[in-house]
Write a protein that binds this ligand. Structure first.
Ligand SMILES: Cc1ncc(COP(=O)(O)O)c(C=O)c1O
Length: 438
């Protein structure tokens, strides 16, 4: 595996950086009503993860210090957007310095290694081969590209009403415009299992599309492998939107039988918006899932383009791109890559199991206490994601109280109070929320 070199290449004197922005008494740079606080990342080296996240018992009190977002309010809306930590912020600052002062160096082959490193780190997180990972811009764009590249002639697509709403929109558009047959399985008490797919997936099914962790109620699909087996037995493949899962719950694409998946990095991967990953099982690349836009270059084998014409080769030498790079066009977001390298490092070091256990302690307390306050949950009992959702009898009033107490959560689909704590939240945050709502 190529060694990670971006960090080394982009290493610069942080003191020089801080001096450049802190001169003339400027303590912060305005960004609307927000401000840039370089002191929060001063002395942070994103290549070196802190000791408090290592080992079997990470120090979650210290982890709070890695996320300055905690200073503003009790933020428990990570399922919308997760804040980045100071290591990822330091990596971004370093990138900004490189882009400002050193762009052009390193030349692109070095960035190529960096990109491979980033993919390898993500591949490790989901137990894929790095050769199965492409950069994507967003989850929904990747899913659209996948569908565009598949042959649905006479076939159908099976999904559920807990799949992401923008995906269902894409399916309905394809139904209306192209005659794609779309079968939407309704959830059963806010969950579903493989039995719900029996008799719906048939020999004409080409794709089964599900969301691993629902953004609506946090439901984690437990039967992924069984659904995959059923899809495969009928000649279909399984696509999984795992944006609300990766980084928060263990994902093993091989064990789960996932054929294609996509996510971007601004939720539980604690990275940036508009940058993400697509997983495509090796044997499906450009066979079942064809490229819909093309990425590569050609060489001219005639004068004056070359002074060394090879008579054994055609005038225009063209070789199709192979591997997951075939799904990418142009440069990826280097800001996205810089963020992802650092945040994935943090997640690997901390460990997804530790992350999941911590978050479950918080959601379990909510599951236990909220019904006593009149909030019934629509998240299945014992669910293993960091997202828990309750029905609010008076949504406006609930949000007013929470906002006044500087507790940031989400109210979605009218009356669904979504609370999604993360690693920097603690039981005191949960107690405060319970106190405000009681
Ligand atoms: C389940 C799910 N899928 C997809 C998305 C959209 O992500 P992206 O911007 O990567 O398309 C979201 C965002 O809220 C989501 O919750």
């Amino acid at each position: 595996m190529p060694k990670g070199i971006l960090d080394k290449l982009l290493t610069m004197e942080r003191s020089a950086f801080l001096k450049s922005i802190a001169g003339a008494g400027v303590a912060s740079l305005g960004l609307g009503s927000l401000s840039f606080k370089p002191e929060e990342t001063a002395g942070i080296n994103p290549d070196v993860m802190p000791a408090h996240i290592s080992g079997p018992a990470p120090d979650f009190n210290r982890i709070r210090e890695d996320f300055p977002r905690v200073k503003q309010e009790i933020y428990m809306d990570n399922a919308s957007t997760h804040p980045i930590n100071i290591y990822t912020a330091a990596a971004l600052h370093r990138y900004a310095e490189w882009a400002k002062n050193e762009v052009g160096e390193p030349w692109w082959p070095l960035w190529n290694d960096t990109r491979l490193d980033c993919k390898a780190s993500f591949a490790k997180l989901i137990n894929a081969d790095p050769d199965e990972i492409a950069f994507a811009r967003t989850t929904v764009e990747a899913e659209n590209n996948i569908l565009n590249g598949m042959d649905f002639k006479g076939g159908n697509l099976v999904t559920t009403d807990l799949h992401y709403s923008a995906s269902l929109y894409s399916f309905k558009m394809r139904e209306q415009r192209d005659g794609l047959k779309v079968k939407i399985i309704k959830h059963n008490d806010w969950k579903f299992n493989v039995k719900d797919f029996e008799g719906v997936i048939d020999k004409n099914t080409k794709l089964v599309a599900i969301t691993l962790v629902s953004n609506v109620n946090g439901f984690v699909v437990e039967d992924v492998k069984a659904i995959s087996d059923l899809a495969h037995a009928n000649g279909a493949i399984l696509y999984v939107d795992f944006i609300q899962g990766v980084g928060a719950v263990p994902v093993d694409v091989k064990a789960m039988g996932i054929d294609i998946a996509a996510c971007s990095t601004f939720k539980w991967l604690m990275g940036s918006k508009g940058f993400g990953f697509m997983y495509v099982r090796k044997d499906l690349q450009d066979t079942v899932v064809r490229t819909t836009h093309h990425n590569g270059g050609i060489t001219y084998n005639y004068a004056p383009w070359t002074d060394k014409v090879d008579p054994n080769l055609p005038e225009i030498i063209f070789k199709p791109t192979t591997g997951p790079g075939m799904y990418e066009v142009s440069y990826p977001s280097y800001e996205g890559v810089s963020c992802a390298i650092a945040s994935l490092k943090y997640i690997h070091e901390l460990g997804v199991n530790n992350i999941q256990n911590h978050n479950r302690t918080l959601t379990s307390k909510l599951a236990k206490e909220m019904p006593r306050l009149g909030y019934q949950t629509i998240t299945p009992e014992g669910n293993k994601s960091p997202i828990i959702v309750f029905i609010a009898k008076n949504p406006d009033e609930t949000m007013k109280k929470l906002r006044a107490a500087k507790i940031h959560v989400a109210m979605r689909f009218g009356n669904k109070l979504r609370i999604s704590p993360s690693i920097y939240n603690n039981l005191a945050d949960i107690d405060r929320l319970l106190e405000v709502l009681s």
